[in-house]
Design a protein around this ligand. Structure first.
Ligand SMILES: Nc1ncnc2c1ncn2[C@@H]1O[C@H](COP(=O)(O)OP(=O)(O)O)[C@@H](O)[C@H]1O
Ligand SMILES: [Mg+2]
Length: 258
């Protein structure tokens, strides 16, 4: 079966700096791929290129066989097929939750209000926030706003969802409620590309781990193999940092952590 997403010989520069180097990555429909790697290695840029938020500098990028780097690509259309959620939620503060959710379906997709409303309410129910439909973003916790941001993206009926460190700005007690929503999407068979620093979550949700360093994919493997037996020294170092943090005693004085 052919890939739903395919990067091939993909390159991206910021000025003189090449931040993605000859990236080859294929994602099958229904697959959950978690991208790991140190800060600055190009994870966000890779996702942003897939969504047309950054332009490419050579290579191929195909969505369901269609070359997106060809002239004339309608990126607004692509963004409806490839939803993306970021660390910051960017909900409109002057609009209720429901109005935030209906904006894309009604204004961009020109759908019928009753149909879009039914979908929005079903998705709100699913993430446990139907009772917040008339609330304004400022009345919600960070975890609730992030779940609304995910629902907003899902209301466009995307084929793929990209998640870029969506729990990184959340208080720890709110991380789980957001990760559970993503896990539910994975269980439903949605195609997901996830960048996260939550290693336990990565291991549980991924069909495949992609490890990047300095703009390149260094290794890809199933999660069990990757976490128990990383193939490269860079991946080993990366994972050691996390296992160190997890092994810290809970009440160690702050100054000893530095
Ligand atoms: N808009 C930009 N202009 C210039 N350099 C950028 C820009 N965005 C990212 N970079 C650089 O590109 C590299 C990859 O960044 P990024 O994709 O954000 O990494 P990651 O998400 O893995 O932390 C970094 O060196 C970063 O400083
Ligand atoms: Mg990033």
């Amino acid at each position: 079966m052919s890939a739903l997403i395919e990067f091939k010989g993909f390159n991206k520069y910021f000025g003189d700096q090449q931040v993605l180097k000859n990236v080859d990555l294929q994602v099958r429909r229904g697959e959950v791929v978690v991208i790991l790697g140190p800060s600055g290695c190009g994870k966000s840029t890779l996702l942003r290129c897939l969504n047309g938020l950054e332009s490419a500098d050579g290579g191929h990028l195909r969505l369901d066989g269609e070359e997106l780097l060809a002239p004339g690509t309608d990126w607004r259309q692509v963004r409806q097929r490839v939803g993306m959620v970021f660390q910051s939620y960017h909900l409109f503060g002057h609009m209720s939750v429901l109005d935030n959710l209906l904006l894309g379906p009604l204004k961009v997709q020109k759908r019928q209000r009753h149909e879009a409303l039914a979908q929005a309410q079903a998705l709100l129910t699913r993430v446990g926030l139907l009772d917040k439909r008339d609330a304004y973003p400022r009345q919600l916790s960070g975890g609730q706003q992030q779940r609304i941001a995910i629902v907003r993206s899902l209301c466009m009926n995307p084929e793929v969802m990209l998640f870029d460190e969506v729990t990184a700005a959340l208080d720890p007690e709110m991380v789980k409620e957001v990760l559970q929503v993503i896990q539910g999407l994975a269980r439903d068979g949605m195609t997901l590309l996830i960048v996260t620093h939550e290693m336990a979550f990565a291991r549980a949700v991924a069909d495949r781990i992609v490890f990047m360093d300095a703009g390149r994919i260094l290794e890809q493997n199933d999660p069990e193999s990757f976490f128990s037996n990383p193939q490269t020294a860079r991946a080993q170092q990366f994972l050691e940092k996390f296992s160190y943090m997890e092994s810290l005693p809970k009440k160690m004085p702050a100054k000893e952590l530095s």
